[in-house]
Write a protein that binds this ligand. Structure first.
Ligand code: CP
Ligand code: NVA
Length: 308
């Protein structure tokens, strides 16, 4: 049994195996209607709990569909509706859920909730996003990059904007998959230095460049995310917008990257804020493939978790 808690805490060769399996499973069901069961049914007789303490479209639907394609069953639970949101400890919740389900995916605020769930559950636990990281997303992103451009190792990825939870998992992936990462954004929103250090210690280059035009020079991939994450205070909205406006990914900025540079965004996007529609809908954007690959990557993650 394996927990999938973060990219930097999962073995490099296992991460690579997950991506390869995701790719094979995607190819195997090419063009099939969405509800067609996979030929292999690794989650047959498995019950999966999907717990959301924050909103979600992609994570919720892709996990649910993925489990069903692999022969399992799901229950989608809102943290608020559970006793979890009303004082029952995480440890007790984990012990109880382990008697009913075979796998738990949780999206929560503080990552200590995720870690406590994993510590006390007898079944695998998957990180479906915390305030600090979003590993499933970046597994899909690596898969998407490689589908379009081949190996990501040695490539230059530029993160423009807020050094948030998605950026953190990109730093972890830089360390594990061997690509360089340039962060461009305001100093107040730098990624966590612990994660920058972790990537540098792994031997990849992490550059912090305040000028977005300089940052994207030679970029193979440009990535951004919302300026106000679910865990950010709405009262900080205007201040964050003012700080982040110079880091909008628009056609002018993309023109300074390599001509074949890809554009990614985990979505949901705010058109006209962190990215323009011209870029989102433009020829270098792979955002819909990225969203689709959440499904395939997570199916492979779930298989790895249950050892099937
Ligand atoms: N990218 C992502 O995790 O989207 P949702 O918040 O819709 O799940
Ligand atoms: N950084 C965003 C990602 C959403 C998928 C958030 O945490 O709200």
């Amino acid at each position: 049994m394996n927990h999938f808690l973060d990219i930097h805490t999962t073995d490099k060769s296992q991460l690579r195996a997950i991506i390869e399996q995701a790719r094979a499973m995607k190819t195997a069901r090419d063009g099939q209607p969405k509800a067609t069961p996979d030929v292999e049914q690794p989650l047959a007789n498995h019950m999966v709990a999907l717990i959301f303490e924050k909103p979600s479209t992609r994570t919720r639907v892709s996990f649910d569909v993925g489990v069903r394609q692999m022969g399992g069953q799901t229950m989608v639970l809102s943290g608020n509706d559970m006793q979890l949101g009303h004082g029952e400890t995480i440890a007790d919740t984990a012990r109880v859920l382990s008697r009913y389900v075979d796998l738990i995916m949780i999206r929560t605020f503080d990552e200590t909730v995720l870690h406590e769930m994993a510590e006390y559950a007898d079944v695998p636990v998957i990180n479906g996003l915390t305030d600090r990281t979003h590993p499933c997303q970046i597994m899909a992103d690596v898969m998407t990059y490689e589908e379009h451009r081949g190996p990501i190792a040695g490539k230059k990825v530029v993160w423009s904007g807020d050094g948030n939870n998605v950026c953190a998992s990109f730093l972890h992936a830089a360390a594990q998959f061997g690509f360089d990462l340039t962060f461009t954004g305001p100093v107040q929103l730098d990624p966590e230095m612990e994660f920058v250090g972790l990537a540098r210690n792994a031997g990849v280059s992490v550059t912090i460049e305040r000028d977005p035009d300089k940052a994207v020079e030679g970029a193979d991939l440009v990535v951004t995310d919302t300026w106000v994450s679910m865990h950010d205070a709405q009262s900080a909205r205007e201040r964050r917008h003012n700080m982040l406006r110079p880091y909008q990914v628009n056609a002018d900025l993309m023109a300074k990257a390599k001509p074949d540079a890809l554009f990614m965004h985990c979505l949901p996007a705010h058109r006209g804020e962190e990215v323009t529609s011209e870029v989102m809908d433009g020829p270098n954007s792979v955002i819909w493939d990225e969203a689709e690959n959440r499904l395939h990557a997570q199916k492979a993650i779930m298989r790895w978790c249950v050892g099937k």
